[in-house]
Design a protein around this ligand. Structure first.
Ligand code: CA
Length: 224
């Protein structure tokens, strides 16, 4: 998932981000309401985690703005305010759940999963090419009906290519899908992942090929 984390406590934010990233989520961090607005305007998130006490206002402002825009983005509020009244206010504002600090990371992840699933009941998206089938909903890869596991980024890369099979996928689009914005990338980062993915695909007998289109990007085709 692509998650927006709005938290002004840098130490807590970094800790959360690290945990979320280790679970395979792309996580963008905003420390103010203004930054969060910019992120929300430019990126399609699948969930947001919001602190309430932010330097330029109250997290509820964002909740109300998101809901006023008719977005059903799953929102989880994170706060030190813990009275019953606070929780009621939190849920009434349009947030999907409310977690009181301090909390265990496991609880945050579990609650996030619940609200995301509740709001997005899975409609299975199956992408396939030749003997390869990828269930984008469950992120399950089958080659000749056998389950194959791949590292997260290679799976993301394969998904990007499968979604536009037969067409050229620009390198920039892949970078955007695989890495967080603003992250320093080595000039050959994508090449490295493409190389690893090719190797894994060959090892599991996938009859598909990643073609390099010099200076542009990559294209996934059936093996000739
Ligand atoms: Ca705060």
């Amino acid at each position: 998932m692509r998650i927006l984390l709005v938290e002004d406590n840098e130490e807590l934010a970094m800790e959360l981000r690290k945990s979320l990233v280790s679970l395979g989520h792309l996580t963008s961090w905003a420390s103010t309401i203004e930054e969060a607005r910019k992120e929300l305007a430019s990126t399609q998130f699948e969930a947001a985690i919001l602190d309430l006490g932010l330097p330029d206002g109250d997290g509820y402002e964002l909740v109300r703005e998101v809901r006023a825009a008719k977005s059903d983005l799953p929102l989880l509020i994170l706060t030190a305010r813990s009275t019953v009244q606070d929780r009621v206010t939190g849920l009434k504002s349009g947030a999907d759940d409310y977690l009181t600090k301090p909390f265990a990371m496991e609880e945050l992840v579990a609650r996030l999963d619940v609200i995301v699933r509740r709001l997005n009941p899975p409609s299975e998206i199956i992408l396939s090419l030749n003997n390869v089938q990828f269930n984008a909903t469950h992120r399950q890869l089958l080659v000749d009906s056998r389950t194959v596991s791949l590292p997260v980024r290679e799976m993301d890369l394969l998904e990007s290519l499968l979604r536009r099979k037969g067409r050229v996928v620009p390198k920039e689009a892949i970078e955007e899908r695989l890495f967080e914005e603003g992250r320093e990338l080595g000039s050959n980062a994508i090449e490295v992942y493409v190389h690893r993915l090719r190797k894994h695909l060959a090892e599991c007998g996938a009859q598909i090929e990643i073609h390099t289109i010099r200076g542009v990007g990559y294209c996934l085709k059936e093996q000739e």
